[in-house]
Design a binder for this molecule. Structure first.
Ligand code: NAP
Length: 494
């Protein structure tokens, strides 16, 4: 007999959302294994100055838990942490969470039809169903720049911010100009020291249409929740519209580029600086960024944009490719994350000893982003090709959670103990998906991005509207799966 019906790994938006959905569906025999001491996932780990979500909060939140108290249209990191803590409490899932429980391996045991999980403390726990909410953006990617080991000052990654390091009046080198770095630079620039921003490729940057939400507006949302729902719906449609040029017709990305060029022109006076900040690839190819304070920060007297490339790190600074040495007291890496490593964090062993790392040797792939052939009773949230280049990841996660609940319902109805996607169904789905992918801006836009693996294949994003993704997960099509009754020792899934 397994210890639990369901084990969920991780308590970010995905794992927590799954736990709440189970609770709401009247299923109580589950546990959430969380390696840290708090819920929050990516929002627990990212605490850098300026950290905020770049998708408007009414949409970047659970559909079933609107929050009338967002301080701004774009939520700040501390608000998102508080929101997730509150959801854990309010929906009664906190007692199900085991904090400090770091899963190192999970093995499918066919005879018992359950998963056996190994934890870092040496203990084990079993469950009939495993839901992985591991997240893809949690393994910092720090480039191997020559000389890095000899740097004498503090050096840290954006997702491992060292709040013990005083930056007031210091010379700070920020490496990278992605979503995290552009939030960090304006804040650090205000601290009175000097900031060198090392840019390899400029991002397309759009206006951030943000505003404070007044006490009156909050009260209105509390009294008339449909108003906030209407706001969410409006934001949803606007974000969804962006998926059209990105995933369907990259030729019309010029509309986005026109908007971003206008923003650049309004925010940066120096034409030479503007030239260096203008991307040479199609908008949307890399993640599109929103900011009102990054570009102006680059014109401050104490900020320099360096575009010559980094040759090496010296003990007391950074040497660019043109041989110029710029002194630095602190190095900040806004250099993104290693997706492949994130998916390999737990050693997953499925049917007949198949390891996930081997199943994914040629690239990550899943059926509808959620199930993987060879891995019975495993569902992955935010898995392969479930990311979005334009809208809220929480929307994608909720679509998947619905699908997992549907799978459980079908298992119960059919008296099945195991469910495993057929290899053919997974292959057909991925052939369709990659066919669509071929025409997206991610493959045709002329850029390199973390969306693509070393073979140039996009295993991270869904090539279409988020509504299409949701629709593809609305029904659990049993024919795509092998559903098997319980072996002698294992009860059916109810
Ligand atoms: P990122 O988008 O991957 O950006 C990494 C940056 O580091 C890029 O500018 C990259 O340049 C640069 N870089 C990498 N290696 C380098 C090297 N060896 N030398 C010089 N520069 C180097 O990482 P991120 O900003 O942490 O964001 C990652 C993802 O997290 C985002 O795409 C987004 O999905 C998510 N995120 C979301 C939010 C939010 O508000 N929702 C906020 C932060 C992050 P190249 O462009 O040339 O590769």
């Amino acid at each position: 007999m397994a210890d639990h019906d369901i084990l969920i790994v991780g308590s970010g938006f995905a794992g927590l959302g799954m736990a709440i959905a189970l609770k709401r569906a009247g299923k109580h025999d589950f546990a959430v294994l969380e390696r840290a001491q708090q819920v929050g996932g990516t929002w627990r780990e990212n605490t850098y100055p300026g950290c905020a979500c770049d998708v408007p909060a009414p949409l970047y939140s659970y559909s079933f838990a609107p929050n009338p108290d967002w301080s701004h249209i774009y939520a700040r990191d501390d608000e998102l942490r508080a929101y997730l803590e509150d959801c854990a409490e309010r929906f009664g899932v906190r007692p199900h969470i085991r904090f400090g429980a770091e899963v190192t391996a999970a093995q499918w045991e066919a005879d018992a039809a359950h998963w056996r999980l190994e934890l870092a403390d040496g203990s084990e726990v079993t469950a009939r169903l495993l839901v992985a909410g591991l997240g893809g953006l949690n393994q910092p990617a720090v480039p191997e720049i020559p000389g890095l080991g000899e740097f004498e000052g503090p050096a840290f990654h954006s997702a491992r911010w060292d709040h013990g390091v005083e930056l007031q009046g210091k010379r700070v080198a920020v490496i990278g100009t992605g979503a995290s770095a552009i939030q960090i630079v304006p804040k650090v620039a205000k601290l009175g020291g000097h900031v060198d921003v090392y840019q390899r490729t400029p991002p397309w940057i759009f206006p951030r249409i943000d505003r404070r939400i007044s006490a009156r507006e909050k009260a209105l949302y509390r009294r008339v929740p449909i108003l906030q729902k209407a706001l969410r719906g409006t934001i949803f449609m606007l974000q969804e519209a962006i998926a059209y040029p990105i995933t369907k017709r990259p030729q019309v990305s010029w509309v986005l580029e026109w908007a971003a060029r206008g923003h650049l022109r309004r925010q940066v006076r120096d034409p030479e600086l503007r030239r260096r900040l203008t991307p040479a690839y199609r908008a949307g190819c890399k993640r599109m960024l929103v900011s009102n304070d990054y570009l102006p920060a680059l014109e401050r007297a104490n900020v320099e944009l360096v575009t010559d490339g980094i040759a090496r790190i010296a003990p007391d600074g950074v040497i660019s490719a043109d041989g110029h040495h710029r002194a630095a007291d602190v190095l900040v890496f806004g250099t993104g994350f290693d997706i492949e490593r994130a998916f390999r964090r737990i050693r997953l062993v499925g049917r007949d000893g198949l390891e996930l790392a081997d199943a994914w040797a040629d690239g990550i792939a899943a059926h509808r982003g959620t199930a993987i052939a060879g891995f019975p009773n495993l569902f992955m949230l935010s898995g392969p090709n479930t990311g979005t280049g334009s809208t809220s990841q929480v929307f994608m996660i909720e679509s998947q959670i619905h699908y997992v609940l549907e799978a459980m319902r079908v298992m119960g109805r059919r008296g099945a103990a195991t469910v495993e996607v057929r290899e053919q169904a997974q292959d057909d789905y991925n052939a369709w998906l990659q066919g669509r992918m071929a025409r997206t801006v991610w493959l045709t836009g002329g850029c390199q991005s973390w969306y693509l693996d070393k073979n140039g294949r996009n295993g991270t994003l869904f090539p279409g509207f988020s509504l299409e993704f949701k629709r593809s997960l609305r029904d659990f099509v049993a024919d795509e799966y092998l559903l098997e009754p319980a072996p002698a020792r294992a009860p059916v899934f109810a």
